[in-house]
Design a protein around this ligand. Sequence first.
Ligand code: GLN
Length: 470
Amino acid sequence: MLLDLSLSELAKGLREHRFSSVDLVNECYDQIEKLNGTLNALITIIPKEEALASAQKADKELTPDASPLFGLPYVLKDSYVTKGIKTTAASNVLKDFIPQFDATVYTKLQQSGAILIGKANMDAWGHGASAENSDFGPVKNPWDDTRVSGGSTGGCAVAIATRMCAFAIGEDTGGSIRNPSAWCGTTGLKVTYGRVSRFGCIAYASSFDTVGPMAKLAEDCAIVLQAIAGVDPFDASSSPQPVEIYNDQLKSRKKLRIGIAKETLQEGVDTEIVTAVELAKETFKSMGHEIIELSMPLLDFGVAVYYQIAPSETSSNLARYDGVRFGGGRDLFTDENKRRIMIGTYALSTGYADKFYHNAQKARTLFIKEYEKAFSKCDVLLLPVTPFHAPRLGELINEPLKNALADRFTTTQNPVGIPSLALPAGFSSEGLPIGVQLTGPMFSEHILFQLAQQFQEKTDYHQRKPKGIE
Ligand code: GLN
């Protein structure tokens, strides 16, 4: 399949006229027609004629110096507003919402000539780790469709794994890009807070929310990040720090110190996932990197702190969807949405805020210090993405506590603001993908890409595909 190729190979192939953007778009729609009915990855599919018209135009207008994304089909998580195109956040509250403006990430991708072909399913408002908490039905895992895809950005990961698109844009507040990447066998990056503009991203928890790339390879994520990163006058929290030239740095083979915190491999973590991290460690060691054993006991409090602050912020952000100013009314929120709005309202209310919200914010500062300490001893941390494999449909949505535990290793990076890249690193005995993540200091995306790219040169986990994808 053409869409097995990396983004740079696709860009090269287009320039050498070995295939066309029309061919790529047709391949995506074939996959969508074959699989979206079962897997439910996309909520909105752009009419095929429209996408094909964009592809024909791209084929005519392609120049050698065009963006590497020119003419490549992609999907956006349905939490990004797109002018004139339905945007739901997977909630009945916004079932028929047609935005009046574009998210900056969408504007940037349009400017680079990429072709939007769909808006991807997710947990409503980003609340979840399974993409089952969607008013448009659950997203199913292409490796075993009795299992969840992971969430909240499940639709994007499934669309990449099944070649419904060349790449996707996800959103990560506490693991939403990394968790489905791990469970679907794809690569995804939670960026440094402020690296990519959040303008037009429907807010979940504004001080945690990040916009990031998802694709087959780390190298692909680097290309996409290059196109979407940078300061934006519409988002005061976007960073003016200059954007690295990621491609130039990919080839660097600088020896690095990779830290492993023992707490991330202890009880409650599936033994096959521990083995995958150990194997990844050996692979990095064999490349000449140094492994540093660490202890980071505070990481164990990630879920507790996250589930105070994220609901507090979401209770405030979702207040505007009251059926008067925005949306169809508060009775349309799912049980999970209501649970979070209530927890957040409680945690923020007079008499309780000191005990819950303010204490959680103090713990957040402690997390920052814990990571600073770790990064004084190592350059990057290696850890699991999830403590268990993709569960069966129904297991997480019916058990809110297990649902929160899925976030065990993905909830401390967002309060701190640091980047973390999830990449395929093995398979379970039942053939389910396993992911590991590389977490680095603020604005260390180029280093995460370097390491992940080296890993992907040595391993083939990222090349394997679910059955029936050919
Ligand atoms: N699973 C986490 C939650 O439910 C993270 C979601 C996200 O990153 N949007 O809050």
